[in-house]
Design a protein around this ligand. Structure first.
Ligand SMILES: O=C(O)CCC(=O)C(=O)O
Length: 340
């Protein structure tokens, strides 16, 4: 670490010890998280960008109480097929594409995250594969993550310019321990975060489905030793965090639910909803899914790979998706196919 970085780290350590954050900043909370949120009046005045395909008022009440919503049967099958075709093209011809990929297998330690072409091709079809930000290459990925039903809901809860933060594409269950997203997937405003979990096939109970604790977005926040965000100065580990969530959600009576949704449905969850990947009980059972994280322009005015540069903005269905700062002509290399 250079001298300047050391000084900055020291100053941050002192600041975090003197005044550790204990919760989201009330001054920047999305309106729906405020105690006085009036959903009926909001819905009366809200002009959705696209025709509504779900009962917005009902879903907003559900979100406020439970920290998530499921929009049923809103995504066309052709769009899901078209995205999966792009994924198949990528894993059949990894040498043509520039994409950071993670495979959590011991044989790839210590570098489990690499360019996709640097993994053996046969491992790309196996377990523990996580494709990072494939939407940058796939225009269909951009169309899918900004599907009008998702955009209508995100615009309603944020009431601000929505931006894409990152995406993950899975073939198998992640088996990730319980966590909330805001301590890791951080923007300048931790509460400006939501995620969509888009199944690319019907989800079965043996595939390690996503689980979540209903209402857990209201749980008092975990202290990483230096506040509510996890960073290199934190003294408490992700497993301690998982343990805190599992124990306290049970103690508070937040039911643990398993996500067995179908192609065409989408789950959207709150920045602070506790969730994780269940255990895979049938090793052959796939769990193809596309997980997209969103924020607002106020909280994320840059691409997270280059916070110092002005991002190049692409607009899809009203959502801003920043061009990858290093991908150049790989951005949208897989063009959108016409879907009805
Ligand atoms: O899909 C999964 O199993 C985990 C995804 C997840 O937890 C996340 O992206 O925050």
């Amino acid at each position: 670490m250079g001298l300047l970085a050391q000084l900055k780290n020291k100053a941050l350590t002192v600041k975090e010890q003197l005044r550790p954050t204990t919760d989201f900043d009330p001054a920047t909370l999305p309106w729906i998280d405020l105690p006085e949120a009036d959903i009926a009046t909001f819905v009366k005045n809200f002009k959705p960008r696209f025709p509504l395909t779900f009962n917005l008022e009902e879903k907003l009440h559900f979100w406020q109480k439970n920290g998530y919503v499921i929009l049923e049967n809103v995504i066309p099958q052709e769009l899901l097929d078209a995205y999966w075709e792009d994924v198949e093209e990528l894993i059949e011809h990894p040498e043509k594409y520039k994409l950071m990929t993670r495979i959590d297998l011991p044989k790839f330690e210590p570098i489990q995250e690499r360019l996709i072409k640097d993994f053996p091709k046969e491992d790309l079809k196996g377990k523990y594969v996580k494709l990072n930000d494939f939407h940058q290459l796939s225009e269909t990925g951009k169309n899918l993550m900004t599907h009008p039903a998702i955009v209508n809901f995100l615009e309603a809860i944020f009431q601000q310019q929505v931006v894409v933060m990152q995406s993950l594409t899975f073939m198998f269950g992640s088996q990730q321990p319980s966590h909330q997203d805001f301590p890791w997937v951080t923007a300048k405003i931790a509460s400006h975060l939501a995620a969509a979990w888009i199944p690319l096939e019907d989800i079965t109970a043996d595939s390690g489905p996503l689980y979540y604790y209903v209402g857990s977005h209201k749980l008092p926040k975990f202290n990483f030793g230096n506040g509510i965000l996890s960073n290199q100065r934190s003294s408490r580990s992700p497993l301690e965090f998982a343990d805190y969530l599992d124990k306290n959600c049970a103690a508070q009576g937040y039911p643990r639910e398993t996500l067995l949704i179908k192609r065409g449905d989408v789950l959207i969850w709150h920045a602070a909803l506790a969730h994780g990947g269940g255990t895979i009980t049938n090793p052959d059972s796939t769990r193809k899914s596309y997980v997209c994280h969103y924020s607002t322009e106020q909280a994320l005015p840059f691409h997270r790979y280059n916070p110092f540069a002005t991002p190049v903005v692409q607009e899809y269905h009203g959502v801003h998706i920043y061009k990858h700062p290093e991908f150049g002509d790989q951005e949208n290399i897989l063009k959108a196919k016409p879907v009805s």
